[in-house]
Design a protein. Sequence first.
Length: 136
Amino acid sequence: MFRTLDVSASGLAAQRLRIDTIAGNIAHSHTTQNEKGEASPFQRRLVVLEAQNNAAAQTRGVGVTATVDVDTQTPPRKVLDPGHPHADAQGYVSYPNVNVITEFVNAMEASRAYEANVSTMQVTRDMIETTYKLLG
């Protein structure tokens, strides 16, 4: 039963990272320059979830590891705005490859997954408490 808590805890940490990454993507959805002040749009961050590599994986559940990757495949959005300081020679500004609606949907999904892990932990805790009551 304690392994269940470990698996759920790794899920909580992974979903928290997803929500933090999504919040950063939304916050930078109009960032057209890098930290050096050069005209370079922010690139969307993605969280990649993988099963933890564990010898006990064949007989028991495993947790999850989460890493943040940068989406370099999706091109930036081009918007015609000749007055913008970061406009190119044709008057187009390169905005980040962040779709706010997609980010909100991903945030709702991550929030639901977080809640599911919390519920699993609560049920496991109740089972442990019931077991202790029966034993002693």
